[in-house]
Design a protein around this ligand. Sequence first.
Ligand SMILES: [Zn+2]
Length: 493
Amino acid sequence: MVFDTVIRGAQVIDGSGGPIYTADVGILNGRIHDIAINLKGVAHEVINAAGLHLAPGFIDVHTHDDINVIDAASMPTKISQGVTTVIVGNCGISASPVHLTCAPPDPLNLLGQQHDFCYPKFSDYVAAVIRAQPSVNVGALVGHTAIRNNHMSELERSATAQELAAMCADLRQAMDDGALGLSSGLAYANAKQSSSEEVQAMTAELGRAGGIYTTHLRTEFDGILEAMDEAFITSKQGKVPLVISHLKCAGKGNWNRSEQLLNALELAAKKQTVGCDCYPYAASSSTLDLAQVTNDTDIFITWSEAEPDQAGRYLHEIAQHWQCDLIAAAKRLQPAGAVYYCMAEQDVANILRYPRTMIGSDGLPNDPHPHPRLWGTFPRVIGHYSRDTGLLPLPEAVHKMSGLSAKQFQLNGRGEIKIGNWADLVLFDYQNIRDLATFTNPKQVASGIEYVWVNGVLSYRPGQATPGRAGQFLFRQSPTTDTLLLKEKLYEH
Ligand SMILES: [Zn+2]
């Protein structure tokens, strides 16, 4: 037997949540061809993995990398963390299907500028990703707010029947072209006025196509239980699986309610398919939202179009300097980005530990001073929350970043180390894995990630340029799937 690569003597964490075992793993033609103790055969490359842990490549289920997988296709932020798959299009915003005639509305502006949105059809986006050949696999949701903006002259109201029909047609086309599902961002002003009925009409369309629904809830503050109820009803009526995005108890008045939220989620899980994602930090980040401006907790300004010099300062400092109140300062800064120190550590820990929680970074790759989750999320879950604090046993931590995520998003042939699966793998040093990105110094590569393979191709080694870019576009439900074949069929004749 001649393998492309054999990884010898690794501590294998297979992604299922099961126990760790020692084995050799043989890779051939992009797949895991064999797993055994003392695997027989030779290989073009042999990696001595003694003392290292081998896990399935991590799946970042919550990203805003839509444009970056095309324009910055080497994706250092993710591959350096051991991430081999990103799900783009979360929080109601996606790069496609979008046609813009002016600057992108908030929060679509998190993804890029007007000229970056050049994918009026989902298939245009797919073709661009395939052409760019990113270093990570890409699965895509389409955003409710993005689609609203295609058909509505103003966003601060519900869609009319005619607009809604056009929105559903956009969604249907994207699903036919391989989108994984629909996301919403109902807390943002440009989606907040959409009625539950509007969203339900879209999840009904989604259900007919067999997609998944992810939602940034209508509120993460005091009314969060009601917002969760809305999400349960919306997804149940559409008969679609639900993922609540970046579940959190936001705002001081809302702290210590995580058990209440998780009980509600668990109750819903008895009747429908539900889950959630979460990032391992007690601060959030997004565009600067007037509704979230508060005296209770610190708000850090990461960028401001109107007042660029104020980036990198706290809102209260800026307000003091300008001798005005926080709201007036926030208005003057807009459009702007912010980090909100709005959560309690105990709630973050409870949500991370909850068995249905997947890890998603929610990283903002175009932010000049990004929240550290962009560069640190996955190593932090292992280094900080598994090894240092003992919150999560290692197999469980890895499961939340691989096997569970692949199952929820139906990424067949990924998420677990088993024979026949795609060879998306990360080899790391458990004693030394550590997120180094901080709130003051956020653009730092994590330590302890030794090797990363994407579809069998070595794609990361610390301190070296990324040798391989072997990411694939992950079409929805491609059961026996060889996405490479599908790619040939669709785009290379
Ligand atoms: Zn969000």
